[in-house]
Design a protein around this ligand. Structure first.
Ligand code: FEO
Length: 399
């Protein structure tokens, strides 16, 4: 889209759509649906640009700005977050409006100076409650450290009840539509959940506090315009409520089984556990890791209560394909989850103990320890034990 789009009187979306990106943060995050880099241009007696875009898209941003007003008139450049996808075009924009004031947090300033030491720019450090008047509208800042970087902040326009929270409440979706009332909300919520689970989950306690802080500030929020994906204008409460639930680690009666297998023994155990969970009245999702995207599995875990991880033993260790999921979970520290490790072995075991140590390192409480193991191939009684364990876990989850 080569045109800016008004999202309120005198406030324009001037971002870029990245239709083809399939991995974000290097290979860390799969983006099956692409993404957008949203930036917002506020034209008033004084003009402000809120965030920029990823550097390869800077010409698109500049072209959109020029269609509205010559960027030399930018008085304030708000940098909510200095990561490359939002501040990559910072030097190009500063080149067009060298007298603009940069508004950012203290940590944002430190990051900008480190990244762009050759640039000399005027800046004002803002804190929660700092207010800058543009004319008919103003900008109110809310620091949001660790959501998800130390420099992060939100910008609020009180006169429009518009919150621009940068990464928070965003989703990686490339779309020709810009608003929540123009798209399939199931897809948007699915991507919002994936974003939260894979990026924001470790900061859940801070998110709970930030939501409480915003509530105490009595800010009316009619529109949430994040820096990725769809703008929430019909129902911003939907994403606010979802964040409150996710931050608390609230889970449904749902379990996720993630495993891999060498000669199908561990797979048979996985299916017996699945049968037990389902017959116990629990929703269950099963993923063979070598065929699955682990970011999607982590998204499924967001509203689940239990994670069952299975691996056979190979070289006294777990299968290499199982490790990345556990590595991610150790960093993400999901809240209020119950874990179970299982697997088969041949001459010597060990995988299941390693799985249990990794689950504990991710702060996941074990349902039973040790979990079920099978030598060579599962016999009917082994599968019955897995089935029964699945039923017992379902009962615990439903509690
Ligand atoms: Fe933390 Fe969208 O960058």
């Amino acid at each position: 889209m080569n045109h800016p789009l008004a999202i309120a009187e005198g406030i324009y979306w001037v971002g870029a759509i990245d239709w083809n990106i399939r991995h974000f943060h290097g290979p860390a995050f799969s983006t099956h649906r692409g993404t957008t880099y949203n930036a917002y241009y506020i034209v008033d007696e004084k003009t402000a640009l809120v965030d920029t875009v990823y550097e390869p898209f800077q010409e698109e941003l500049i072209a959109k700005l020029k269609k509205i007003q010559d960027p030399v008139k930018i008085e304030y450049l708000v940098v909510n977050h200095t990561e490359n996808d939002h501040a990559g075009a910072f030097p190009a924009i500063m080149n067009l409006c060298p007298t603009a004031h940069v508004l950012c947090t203290q940590r944002g300033y430190e990051s900008l100076k480190d990244r762009y030491p050759h640039l000399d720019f005027q800046y004002t450090i803002v804190k929660t409650g700092t207010r800058i008047t543009l004319g008919k509208r103003s900008l109110l800042f809310i620091e949001a450290p660790m959501l998800h970087w130390p420099d992060s902040m939100f910008t609020y326009v009180p006169e429009e009840s518009l919150l621009m929270p940068n990464d928070a409440f965003g989703q990686h979706i490339a779309s020709s539509a810009r608003f929540d009332d123009q798209v399939d909300l199931g897809i948007v919520m699915d991507e919002a959940a994936k974003y939260y689970a894979n990026i924001l989950m470790p900061f859940s306690s801070l998110i709970t506090k930030k939501l409480e802080e915003i509530q105490k500030m009595n800010l009316e929020i009619k529109t949430i315009a994040p820096s990725h994906g769809i703008i929430w204008r019909r129902d911003p409460g939907r994403i606010l409520n979802a964040y409150a639930r996710w931050a608390e680690g609230q889970g449904a009666a749902k379990a996720v089984i993630a495993y891999d297998t060498m000669w199908l023994s561990t797979e048979r155990m996985a299916y017996a556990l699945l049968d037990g969970l389902v017959s116990g009245g629990c929703d269950a999702r099963l993923f063979k890791l070598s065929l699955s995207d682990r970011n999607d599995i982590i998204k499924e875990l967001l509203d689940a209560r239990a994670l069952l991880v299975g691996s056979p033993t190979i070289n006294n260790d777990i299968l290499p394909v199982v490790s990345p999921l556990l590595d991610d979970l150790v960093g993400l520290r999901p809240k209020n989850k119950i874990g179970l490790a299982f697997g088969a072995y041949g001459w010597g075991g060990g995988a299941q103990k390693i799985l249990e140590e990794r689950l504990k390192a991710a702060k996941i409480e074990l349902f039973v320890e040790p979990g079920p193991t099978v030598k060579w191939v599962p016999k009917p009684e082994d599968l019955q034990l897995c089935y029964q364990l699945g039923r017992e876990l379902a009962a615990r989850i439903k509690d």
